[in-house]
Design a binder for this molecule. Sequence first.
Ligand SMILES: NC(=O)c1ccc[n+]([C@@H]2O[C@H](COP(=O)([O-])OP(=O)(O)OC[C@H]3O[C@@H](n4cnc5c(N)ncnc54)[C@H](O)[C@@H]3O)[C@@H](O)[C@H]2O)c1
Length: 349
Amino acid sequence: MAKLGMGVVGVGTMGKQHAQNIRCLIPDAELIAVADADLKRAEQVASKLEIEHFYDSIEALVERKDIQAVVVVTPAKFHGAAMRVCAQAAKDIFCEKPFTLTVEEADEMLDIIAKAGVRVQVGHVRRYDPPNVKAKKRIEAGEIGDPVIFKSLARDPAPPPVSYMASGVNGMFFQDSTVHEFDLGRWLMNDEISEIHAYGAILVFPEAAQFNDIDTALLSMKFSRGTLGAVENYMQSGYGYDIRTEIVGSKGTIIMGYLQQTAEVVLTAEGAKTDIVDHFLVRFADGYLNEMRDFVQTILADREPKVDAFDGRQAVAVAAAAERSYREGRAVVVQNRTRNSRPVSRGMK
Ligand SMILES: NC(=O)c1ccc[n+]([C@@H]2O[C@H](COP(=O)([O-])OP(=O)(O)OC[C@H]3O[C@@H](n4cnc5c(N)ncnc54)[C@H](O)[C@@H]3O)[C@@H](O)[C@H]2O)c1
């Protein structure tokens, strides 16, 4: 079978990882080129990965006929523009989360993608994290009865550099970070989040105030069939990258996630010591590889992606509702739509 010719656009922290996985660990794919608005960065990554072609724009990259699929890993503000260029050039797309920053742009993208007839997979990596994959299978097999409560917490070790927020291209906390939990909840509960009440605060990173952002969030949510969810998202654990999820069912519970990275415990008179997961590239190393492998196989086999543009759109809608809820101080109904339809609920509570 022919290999899938691929290009990666935006080779910063996350893009470099995807490019490296494609180049070194996915034999069914061939990394043809990378592009970055910072040409020097594109050149450095191309040189490190020993590939010939690098560009300073997505427009230049999609001109290549030997590229069939493009991985969009720019900051979120540019996802829509990049996907438009790919759709126009008839390239299939892997787009990092969040799909877009606004629901309006997400809806536009669904139309553009459908008209162009290209496939889109969204980088909601949690769906490819081995413990979560196992949990999903157990839930589907009925091992914990009916899922009743979705609980999740996500704590970053430390806030990002101030320049990350100052750039204004990554969306606020709900779009950039909590969006992972929104997609995970939808997927594990096999349902839409219909209503959300978000509390947010600036408790550890005062710099967030000047960017109208927050560093701490607690959210309560209702799913459309009446089940419930609770999410904590926090920027400064001070000890590591802590991601844990629990699904409580009518006959049992599944706990996903772990804190200890290495299977080693040091026991001395002072007590017991282990390491702690310190970075998302470490915690989700398997997930990033698994999602890209699946994307490559999906496109080569002419199938539809498992986490697609519609899923990306729904998670963006939950993030928008969360932001609105936080700013207005009340529960908000999510602007969900059904697959292949216009938005079904634009109402507010
Ligand atoms: N799934 C995950 O766990 C995860 C983790 C981190 C980041 N991400 C996502 O990946 C994306 C990138 O994040 P990052 O942390 O790598 O950011 P980054 O700032 O490290 O890298 C972004 C790169 O894109 C380039 N760029 C900016 N605008 C561009 C444009 N218009 N065209 C081409 N290149 C452009 C920048 O020069 C930079 O090299 C974001 O959507 C982010 O949310 C996902």
